[in-house]
Design a protein around this ligand. Sequence first.
Ligand code: GAP
Length: 435
Amino acid sequence: MIEQQSKMEKLVSLCKRRGFIFPSSEIYGGLSSCWDYGPLGVEMKRNIKNAWWYNIVQSRDDVVGLDSSILMHPRVWEASGHLAGFSDPLVECKRCNLRFRADELKVQLCAGCGGELSEPRQFNLMFKTFMGPVEDAAAVVYLRPETAQGIFVNFENVLTTSRKKLPLGIAQQGKSFRNEITTGNLIFRSREFEQMELEFFVKPGTDMEWFNYWVDERLMWYKNLGIKAENLRLRPHAKEDLAHYALCCTDVEYNFPWNWGELEGIANRGGFDLKQHSSYSGKGLSYFDEDSKESLVPFVIEPSAGVDRSMLAFLADAYDEEGDGEELRTVLRLHPTIAPVKVAVLPLSKKDVLAPVSRQIYSDIRKSWSAAYDDSQSIGRRYRRQDETGTPFCVTIDFKTLEDNAVTVRERDTMKQERIPISELKPFLLAGLVA
Ligand code: GAP
Protein backbone atom coordinates (compact mmCIF):
# COMPACT_ATOMS: atom_id res chain seq x y z
CA MET A 1 0.00 0.00 0.00
CA ILE A 2 1.59 3.28 -1.09
CA GLU A 3 1.27 6.09 1.43
CA GLN A 4 -1.07 8.67 -0.15
CA GLN A 5 1.10 11.78 0.36
CA SER A 6 4.17 10.11 -1.08
CA LYS A 7 2.06 8.69 -3.90
CA MET A 8 1.20 12.21 -5.04
CA GLU A 9 4.86 13.28 -4.85
CA LYS A 10 5.90 10.22 -6.86
CA LEU A 11 3.20 10.84 -9.42
CA VAL A 12 4.22 14.49 -9.87
CA SER A 13 7.83 13.41 -10.33
CA LEU A 14 6.89 10.66 -12.82
CA CYS A 15 4.77 13.12 -14.83
CA LYS A 16 7.71 15.49 -15.15
CA ARG A 17 10.44 12.87 -15.66
CA ARG A 18 8.59 10.90 -18.31
CA GLY A 19 7.10 13.80 -20.26
CA PHE A 20 3.46 13.82 -19.19
CA ILE A 21 3.20 17.26 -17.56
CA PHE A 22 5.61 20.23 -17.36
CA PRO A 23 5.18 23.56 -15.57
CA SER A 24 4.29 26.29 -18.08
CA SER A 25 7.17 28.59 -19.16
CA GLU A 26 9.53 26.60 -16.96
CA ILE A 27 12.76 28.18 -18.26
CA TYR A 28 11.43 31.51 -16.96
CA GLY A 29 10.64 30.07 -13.54
CA GLY A 30 7.17 28.81 -14.45
CA LEU A 31 3.78 30.53 -14.56
CA SER A 32 1.72 29.79 -11.50
CA SER A 33 -0.98 27.16 -12.02
CA CYS A 34 -0.58 26.77 -15.78
CA TRP A 35 0.66 23.46 -17.17
CA ASP A 36 2.02 22.06 -20.43
CA TYR A 37 1.35 18.52 -21.60
CA GLY A 38 4.45 16.73 -22.92
CA PRO A 39 4.64 14.02 -25.61
CA LEU A 40 3.05 11.29 -23.47
CA GLY A 41 0.68 13.67 -21.67
CA VAL A 42 -0.81 15.03 -24.86
CA GLU A 43 -1.45 11.50 -26.16
CA MET A 44 -3.18 10.52 -22.94
CA LYS A 45 -5.23 13.72 -22.81
CA ARG A 46 -6.37 13.23 -26.41
CA ASN A 47 -7.32 9.63 -25.61
CA ILE A 48 -9.51 10.81 -22.71
CA LYS A 49 -11.18 13.45 -24.88
CA ASN A 50 -11.69 10.98 -27.72
CA ALA A 51 -13.18 8.38 -25.36
CA TRP A 52 -15.63 11.01 -24.06
CA TRP A 53 -16.44 12.28 -27.56
CA TYR A 54 -17.10 8.76 -28.83
CA ASN A 55 -19.24 7.89 -25.80
CA ILE A 56 -21.23 11.14 -25.70
CA VAL A 57 -21.47 12.15 -29.38
CA GLN A 58 -20.45 9.59 -31.98
CA SER A 59 -22.03 6.48 -30.46
CA ARG A 60 -25.40 8.23 -29.93
CA ASP A 61 -28.13 9.49 -32.21
CA ASP A 62 -29.45 12.14 -29.84
CA VAL A 63 -26.28 14.24 -29.33
CA VAL A 64 -24.38 16.46 -31.78
CA GLY A 65 -21.10 18.33 -31.36
CA LEU A 66 -20.08 21.99 -31.37
CA ASP A 67 -16.88 24.01 -31.21
CA SER A 68 -17.71 27.60 -30.25
CA SER A 69 -15.26 30.46 -29.78
CA ILE A 70 -13.58 31.27 -26.47
CA LEU A 71 -14.28 35.01 -26.76
CA MET A 72 -17.98 35.80 -26.79
CA HIS A 73 -20.20 38.88 -26.73
CA PRO A 74 -19.95 40.41 -23.23
CA ARG A 75 -23.76 40.39 -22.92
CA VAL A 76 -23.53 36.56 -22.77
CA TRP A 77 -21.93 36.87 -19.34
CA GLU A 78 -24.55 39.35 -18.16
CA ALA A 79 -27.32 36.97 -19.17
CA SER A 80 -25.64 33.90 -17.69
CA GLY A 81 -25.13 35.61 -14.33
CA HIS A 82 -21.32 35.32 -14.45
CA LEU A 83 -20.67 39.06 -14.41
CA ALA A 84 -22.77 39.59 -11.30
CA GLY A 85 -22.20 36.35 -9.46
CA PHE A 86 -19.21 34.30 -10.61
CA SER A 87 -17.03 35.15 -7.66
CA ASP A 88 -15.37 33.68 -4.59
CA PRO A 89 -14.90 35.41 -1.21
CA LEU A 90 -11.32 36.74 -1.01
CA VAL A 91 -9.42 37.69 2.15
CA GLU A 92 -5.97 39.27 2.27
CA CYS A 93 -3.30 39.15 4.98
CA LYS A 94 -2.83 42.66 6.39
CA ARG A 95 0.83 41.95 7.09
CA CYS A 96 2.22 39.98 4.08
CA ASN A 97 -0.61 40.49 1.52
CA LEU A 98 -1.05 36.76 0.79
CA ARG A 99 -4.57 36.06 -0.50
CA PHE A 100 -6.90 33.20 0.39
CA ARG A 101 -10.41 31.97 -0.35
CA ALA A 102 -12.36 32.77 2.82
CA ASP A 103 -14.60 29.70 2.46
CA GLU A 104 -11.57 27.34 2.40
CA LEU A 105 -9.83 28.65 5.54
CA LYS A 106 -9.58 26.47 8.62
CA VAL A 107 -8.45 29.27 10.93
CA GLN A 108 -9.07 32.99 10.47
CA LEU A 109 -5.34 33.83 10.33
CA CYS A 110 -2.82 34.00 7.49
CA ALA A 111 -1.47 30.53 6.64
CA GLY A 112 1.82 32.18 5.58
CA CYS A 113 2.78 34.43 8.49
CA GLY A 114 -0.06 34.10 11.03
CA GLY A 115 -1.09 37.73 10.43
CA GLU A 116 -4.56 39.20 10.70
CA LEU A 117 -6.85 38.84 7.67
CA SER A 118 -9.03 41.48 6.00
CA GLU A 119 -12.83 41.27 5.77
CA PRO A 120 -13.89 39.05 2.82
CA ARG A 121 -14.76 40.74 -0.47
CA GLN A 122 -16.23 39.12 -3.58
CA PHE A 123 -13.61 38.52 -6.30
CA ASN A 124 -14.86 37.87 -9.86
CA LEU A 125 -13.07 34.87 -11.41
CA MET A 126 -13.35 35.88 -15.06
CA PHE A 127 -10.24 36.95 -16.99
CA LYS A 128 -10.76 40.26 -18.76
CA THR A 129 -9.10 41.48 -21.94
CA PHE A 130 -9.77 44.00 -24.73
CA MET A 131 -10.94 43.35 -28.26
CA GLY A 132 -9.41 45.59 -30.95
CA PRO A 133 -6.84 48.36 -30.60
CA VAL A 134 -8.66 50.60 -28.11
CA GLU A 135 -8.43 49.60 -24.47
CA ASP A 136 -11.59 51.19 -23.11
CA ALA A 137 -14.69 49.92 -21.32
CA ALA A 138 -16.55 49.35 -24.60
CA ALA A 139 -13.83 46.94 -25.79
CA VAL A 140 -13.83 44.64 -22.74
CA VAL A 141 -14.29 40.95 -23.47
CA TYR A 142 -13.82 37.89 -21.24
CA LEU A 143 -12.10 34.56 -21.64
CA ARG A 144 -14.94 32.08 -21.16
CA PRO A 145 -15.09 30.51 -17.69
CA GLU A 146 -17.11 27.54 -19.03
CA THR A 147 -17.86 26.13 -22.47
CA ALA A 148 -21.59 25.76 -21.70
CA GLN A 149 -22.65 29.27 -22.72
CA GLY A 150 -21.35 28.75 -26.27
CA ILE A 151 -23.84 25.89 -26.49
CA PHE A 152 -26.84 27.85 -25.17
CA VAL A 153 -26.33 30.76 -27.55
CA ASN A 154 -26.13 28.30 -30.48
CA PHE A 155 -29.22 26.32 -29.47
CA GLU A 156 -31.36 27.74 -32.27
CA ASN A 157 -28.62 27.30 -34.92
CA VAL A 158 -28.02 23.68 -33.99
CA LEU A 159 -31.72 22.83 -33.66
CA THR A 160 -32.60 24.16 -37.12
CA THR A 161 -29.54 22.84 -38.96
CA SER A 162 -29.48 19.36 -37.39
CA ARG A 163 -33.28 18.91 -37.85
CA LYS A 164 -33.35 16.93 -34.59
CA LYS A 165 -36.16 16.62 -32.06
CA LEU A 166 -36.04 16.63 -28.27
CA PRO A 167 -34.36 15.11 -26.40
CA LEU A 168 -31.31 16.65 -28.05
CA GLY A 169 -27.82 17.00 -26.61
CA ILE A 170 -25.13 19.44 -27.74
CA ALA A 171 -21.60 18.59 -26.64
CA GLN A 172 -18.44 20.63 -26.59
CA GLN A 173 -14.84 20.26 -25.43
CA GLY A 174 -12.46 23.14 -24.99
CA LYS A 175 -10.43 25.50 -22.89
CA SER A 176 -11.94 27.51 -20.05
CA PHE A 177 -10.26 30.11 -17.86
CA ARG A 178 -10.82 31.07 -14.24
CA ASN A 179 -8.72 33.44 -12.19
CA GLU A 180 -8.88 31.06 -9.19
CA ILE A 181 -7.76 32.54 -5.86
CA THR A 182 -6.13 29.30 -4.79
CA THR A 183 -4.84 26.65 -7.14
CA GLY A 184 -2.87 23.49 -6.63
CA ASN A 185 -2.44 19.72 -6.60
CA LEU A 186 -0.82 19.71 -10.02
CA ILE A 187 -3.56 19.95 -12.68
CA PHE A 188 -6.50 19.56 -10.25
CA ARG A 189 -7.24 23.28 -10.04
CA SER A 190 -5.53 25.60 -12.51
CA ARG A 191 -6.37 28.90 -14.15
CA GLU A 192 -6.44 27.53 -17.69
CA PHE A 193 -8.06 24.11 -18.09
CA GLU A 194 -10.21 22.05 -20.42
CA GLN A 195 -13.82 21.06 -20.01
CA MET A 196 -16.01 18.40 -21.65
CA GLU A 197 -19.60 19.56 -21.37
CA LEU A 198 -22.90 18.21 -22.57
CA GLU A 199 -26.09 20.27 -22.52
CA PHE A 200 -28.93 17.78 -22.93
CA PHE A 201 -32.21 19.56 -23.80
CA VAL A 202 -35.37 17.73 -22.75
CA LYS A 203 -39.09 18.36 -22.39
CA PRO A 204 -39.96 19.80 -18.95
CA GLY A 205 -41.47 16.99 -16.88
CA THR A 206 -38.98 14.42 -18.22
CA ASP A 207 -36.02 16.28 -16.70
CA MET A 208 -35.56 14.27 -13.49
CA GLU A 209 -35.68 10.99 -15.39
CA TRP A 210 -32.89 12.26 -17.69
CA PHE A 211 -30.97 13.73 -14.76
CA ASN A 212 -30.85 10.30 -13.07
CA TYR A 213 -29.95 8.67 -16.38
CA TRP A 214 -26.95 10.97 -16.90
CA VAL A 215 -25.69 10.57 -13.32
CA ASP A 216 -25.59 6.78 -13.85
CA GLU A 217 -24.05 7.08 -17.33
CA ARG A 218 -21.28 9.39 -16.21
CA LEU A 219 -20.34 7.32 -13.18
CA MET A 220 -20.22 4.26 -15.43
CA TRP A 221 -17.92 6.03 -17.93
CA TYR A 222 -15.16 6.45 -15.33
CA LYS A 223 -15.59 2.84 -14.14
CA ASN A 224 -15.51 1.48 -17.69
CA LEU A 225 -12.21 3.27 -18.26
CA GLY A 226 -10.71 1.46 -15.31
CA ILE A 227 -11.18 3.68 -12.25
CA LYS A 228 -11.75 1.49 -9.19
CA ALA A 229 -15.34 1.63 -7.94
CA GLU A 230 -14.21 2.21 -4.33
CA ASN A 231 -12.43 5.41 -5.41
CA LEU A 232 -15.57 6.93 -6.95
CA ARG A 233 -18.64 8.29 -5.20
CA LEU A 234 -21.65 10.48 -5.92
CA ARG A 235 -22.28 13.60 -3.83
CA PRO A 236 -25.73 15.13 -4.21
CA HIS A 237 -25.73 18.87 -3.40
CA ALA A 238 -27.88 20.15 -0.56
CA LYS A 239 -30.59 22.63 -1.69
CA GLU A 240 -28.80 25.56 0.00
CA ASP A 241 -25.50 24.79 -1.81
CA LEU A 242 -26.95 24.82 -5.34
CA ALA A 243 -25.66 27.26 -7.97
CA HIS A 244 -28.15 30.02 -8.87
CA TYR A 245 -29.19 28.23 -12.08
CA ALA A 246 -29.58 24.67 -10.77
CA LEU A 247 -32.70 22.78 -9.68
CA CYS A 248 -30.50 19.95 -8.46
CA CYS A 249 -26.91 18.78 -8.87
CA THR A 250 -24.82 15.70 -8.11
CA ASP A 251 -21.04 15.57 -8.28
CA VAL A 252 -18.97 12.57 -9.30
CA GLU A 253 -16.06 12.60 -6.87
CA TYR A 254 -12.74 10.77 -6.89
CA ASN A 255 -10.69 9.78 -3.89
CA PHE A 256 -7.55 11.78 -4.80
CA PRO A 257 -4.35 11.10 -2.80
CA TRP A 258 -5.06 14.20 -0.64
CA ASN A 259 -8.88 13.89 -0.30
CA TRP A 260 -12.15 13.37 -2.16
CA GLY A 261 -12.51 15.95 -4.95
CA GLU A 262 -14.97 16.80 -7.73
CA LEU A 263 -14.38 15.27 -11.15
CA GLU A 264 -17.62 16.34 -12.71
CA GLY A 265 -20.94 17.96 -11.83
CA ILE A 266 -24.27 16.81 -13.26
CA ALA A 267 -26.87 19.58 -12.94
CA ASN A 268 -30.51 20.02 -13.81
CA ARG A 269 -30.43 23.65 -15.01
CA GLY A 270 -34.15 23.79 -15.77
CA GLY A 271 -35.03 26.43 -18.38
CA PHE A 272 -32.80 29.09 -16.78
CA ASP A 273 -30.23 29.54 -19.56
CA LEU A 274 -32.50 29.63 -22.60
CA LYS A 275 -34.89 32.00 -20.81
CA GLN A 276 -32.05 34.33 -19.82
CA HIS A 277 -30.55 34.43 -23.32
CA SER A 278 -34.03 34.94 -24.81
CA SER A 279 -34.66 37.90 -22.61
CA TYR A 280 -31.18 39.48 -23.01
CA SER A 281 -30.90 38.93 -26.79
CA GLY A 282 -34.56 39.48 -27.64
CA LYS A 283 -34.53 36.26 -29.72
CA GLY A 284 -37.09 33.63 -28.77
CA LEU A 285 -35.26 30.43 -27.87
CA SER A 286 -37.98 27.85 -27.71
CA TYR A 287 -38.93 24.52 -29.25
CA PHE A 288 -42.11 23.72 -31.13
CA ASP A 289 -43.40 20.39 -29.90
CA GLU A 290 -45.13 18.53 -32.76
CA ASP A 291 -46.98 16.24 -30.34
CA SER A 292 -48.68 18.92 -28.26
CA LYS A 293 -48.55 21.58 -31.02
CA GLU A 294 -47.17 24.03 -28.47
CA SER A 295 -43.96 25.97 -28.02
CA LEU A 296 -41.96 25.17 -24.92
CA VAL A 297 -38.64 26.17 -23.35
CA PRO A 298 -36.62 22.96 -22.96
CA PHE A 299 -35.03 22.05 -19.65
CA VAL A 300 -31.31 21.24 -19.64
CA ILE A 301 -29.41 18.41 -18.00
CA GLU A 302 -25.70 19.24 -17.90
CA PRO A 303 -22.94 16.71 -17.23
CA SER A 304 -19.85 18.96 -17.00
CA ALA A 305 -16.45 17.30 -16.64
CA GLY A 306 -12.86 18.52 -16.44
CA VAL A 307 -10.34 16.93 -18.82
CA ASP A 308 -7.35 17.72 -16.60
CA ARG A 309 -9.00 16.46 -13.43
CA SER A 310 -10.05 13.25 -15.14
CA MET A 311 -6.49 12.78 -16.33
CA LEU A 312 -5.15 13.25 -12.81
CA ALA A 313 -7.68 10.73 -11.48
CA PHE A 314 -6.79 8.19 -14.19
CA LEU A 315 -3.09 8.61 -13.39
CA ALA A 316 -3.52 8.41 -9.61
CA ASP A 317 -5.76 5.37 -9.85
CA ALA A 318 -3.38 3.57 -12.21
CA TYR A 319 -0.20 4.27 -10.22
CA ASP A 320 1.16 1.16 -8.54
CA GLU A 321 4.41 -0.18 -7.15
CA GLU A 322 5.56 -3.78 -6.74
CA GLY A 323 8.59 -5.18 -4.92
CA ASP A 324 11.24 -2.90 -3.43
CA GLY A 325 14.86 -1.72 -3.70
CA GLU A 326 16.52 -2.80 -6.94
CA GLU A 327 13.46 -4.91 -7.71
CA LEU A 328 10.97 -2.05 -7.43
CA ARG A 329 8.57 -2.01 -10.37
CA THR A 330 6.52 1.15 -10.92
CA VAL A 331 3.58 0.49 -13.16
CA LEU A 332 0.77 2.65 -14.49
CA ARG A 333 -2.12 0.22 -14.85
CA LEU A 334 -3.92 2.46 -17.35
CA HIS A 335 -6.88 1.18 -19.33
CA PRO A 336 -5.59 0.46 -22.90
CA THR A 337 -8.01 3.05 -24.33
CA ILE A 338 -6.27 5.89 -22.51
CA ALA A 339 -2.70 4.57 -22.32
CA PRO A 340 -0.52 7.03 -24.32
CA VAL A 341 1.43 4.25 -26.08
CA LYS A 342 -0.32 0.94 -26.77
CA VAL A 343 2.60 -1.19 -27.96
CA ALA A 344 6.39 -0.98 -27.60
CA VAL A 345 8.61 -2.77 -30.09
CA LEU A 346 11.88 -3.94 -28.53
CA PRO A 347 14.59 -5.68 -30.57
CA LEU A 348 16.55 -7.81 -28.10
CA SER A 349 19.85 -6.62 -29.53
CA LYS A 350 20.95 -3.51 -31.39
CA LYS A 351 22.68 -5.76 -33.95
CA ASP A 352 21.79 -4.85 -37.52
CA VAL A 353 20.45 -8.30 -38.22
CA LEU A 354 17.34 -7.70 -36.04
CA ALA A 355 16.64 -4.17 -37.26
CA PRO A 356 14.80 -4.86 -40.57
CA VAL A 357 12.23 -7.25 -39.11
CA SER A 358 11.82 -5.07 -35.99
CA ARG A 359 11.31 -1.92 -38.05
CA GLN A 360 8.81 -3.72 -40.28
CA ILE A 361 6.78 -4.86 -37.25
CA TYR A 362 6.95 -1.36 -35.76
CA SER A 363 5.73 0.18 -39.00
CA ASP A 364 2.82 -2.32 -39.26
CA ILE A 365 1.74 -1.72 -35.66
CA ARG A 366 1.83 2.06 -36.09
CA LYS A 367 -0.82 1.80 -38.80
CA SER A 368 -3.27 0.82 -36.05
CA TRP A 369 -1.95 2.07 -32.73
CA SER A 370 0.40 4.57 -31.14
CA ALA A 371 3.66 2.69 -30.69
CA ALA A 372 7.23 3.17 -29.45
CA TYR A 373 10.54 1.68 -30.61
CA ASP A 374 13.28 1.20 -28.05
CA ASP A 375 16.56 -0.63 -28.63
CA SER A 376 18.76 0.88 -25.93
CA GLN A 377 19.85 -0.73 -22.63
CA SER A 378 18.89 -4.12 -21.22
CA ILE A 379 15.53 -5.67 -22.02
CA GLY A 380 14.61 -5.62 -18.30
CA ARG A 381 15.14 -1.86 -18.13
CA ARG A 382 13.17 -1.33 -21.28
CA TYR A 383 10.23 -3.31 -19.87
CA ARG A 384 10.37 -1.15 -16.71
CA ARG A 385 10.38 2.05 -18.75
CA GLN A 386 7.26 0.94 -20.59
CA ASP A 387 5.54 -0.22 -17.38
CA GLU A 388 6.12 3.19 -15.83
CA THR A 389 4.26 4.95 -18.64
CA GLY A 390 1.45 2.40 -18.85
CA THR A 391 2.21 0.68 -22.19
CA PRO A 392 -0.07 -2.41 -22.24
CA PHE A 393 2.09 -4.60 -24.53
CA CYS A 394 5.78 -5.03 -25.34
CA VAL A 395 6.78 -6.99 -28.43
CA THR A 396 10.31 -8.42 -28.28
CA ILE A 397 12.15 -9.53 -31.40
CA ASP A 398 15.04 -11.94 -30.78
CA PHE A 399 17.43 -14.02 -32.88
CA LYS A 400 14.99 -16.94 -32.91
CA THR A 401 12.48 -14.63 -34.66
CA LEU A 402 14.68 -14.90 -37.77
CA GLU A 403 14.08 -18.68 -37.78
CA ASP A 404 10.51 -19.13 -36.50
CA ASN A 405 8.89 -15.84 -37.57
CA ALA A 406 7.50 -15.39 -34.07
CA VAL A 407 7.93 -12.75 -31.37
CA THR A 408 7.51 -12.60 -27.60
CA VAL A 409 4.60 -10.50 -26.37
CA ARG A 410 4.70 -9.36 -22.75
CA GLU A 411 1.59 -8.05 -21.01
CA ARG A 412 2.11 -5.13 -18.61
CA ASP A 413 -0.03 -6.10 -15.60
CA THR A 414 0.63 -9.85 -15.39
CA MET A 415 4.11 -9.68 -17.01
CA LYS A 416 3.06 -12.91 -18.74
CA GLN A 417 5.04 -13.62 -21.90
CA GLU A 418 3.71 -15.49 -24.93
CA ARG A 419 5.34 -16.53 -28.18
CA ILE A 420 3.14 -15.35 -31.07
CA PRO A 421 3.68 -15.87 -34.84
CA ILE A 422 4.17 -12.50 -36.58
CA SER A 423 1.22 -13.30 -38.84
CA GLU A 424 -1.05 -13.48 -35.76
CA LEU A 425 0.45 -10.52 -33.90
CA LYS A 426 -2.07 -7.84 -34.84
CA PRO A 427 -5.22 -9.90 -34.04
CA PHE A 428 -3.57 -10.91 -30.75
CA LEU A 429 -2.84 -7.29 -29.80
CA LEU A 430 -6.29 -6.17 -30.93
CA ALA A 431 -7.96 -8.70 -28.64
CA GLY A 432 -5.89 -7.43 -25.70
CA LEU A 433 -6.34 -3.74 -26.44
CA VAL A 434 -10.12 -3.76 -26.73
CA ALA A 435 -10.66 -6.15 -23.80
N1 GAP B 1 -20.94 24.57 -16.85
C1 GAP B 1 -20.89 24.13 -15.50
C2 GAP B 1 -19.54 24.23 -14.92
O1 GAP B 1 -18.64 24.80 -15.49
P1 GAP B 1 -18.17 23.60 -12.79
O2 GAP B 1 -18.50 22.64 -11.67
O3 GAP B 1 -17.80 24.97 -12.41
O4 GAP B 1 -19.45 23.59 -13.74
C3 GAP B 1 -17.17 21.71 -14.26
O5 GAP B 1 -17.02 22.98 -13.67
C4 GAP B 1 -15.89 20.91 -14.17
O6 GAP B 1 -14.80 21.64 -14.73
C5 GAP B 1 -15.45 20.58 -12.74
O7 GAP B 1 -16.11 19.44 -12.24
C6 GAP B 1 -13.95 20.34 -12.93
O8 GAP B 1 -13.73 19.02 -13.39
C7 GAP B 1 -13.61 21.30 -14.05
N2 GAP B 1 -13.01 22.52 -13.45
C8 GAP B 1 -13.64 23.60 -12.96
N3 GAP B 1 -12.75 24.53 -12.51
C9 GAP B 1 -11.53 24.01 -12.73
C10 GAP B 1 -10.18 24.48 -12.50
N4 GAP B 1 -9.95 25.67 -11.98
N5 GAP B 1 -9.15 23.67 -12.86
C11 GAP B 1 -9.37 22.46 -13.41
N6 GAP B 1 -10.60 21.97 -13.66
C12 GAP B 1 -11.67 22.73 -13.33
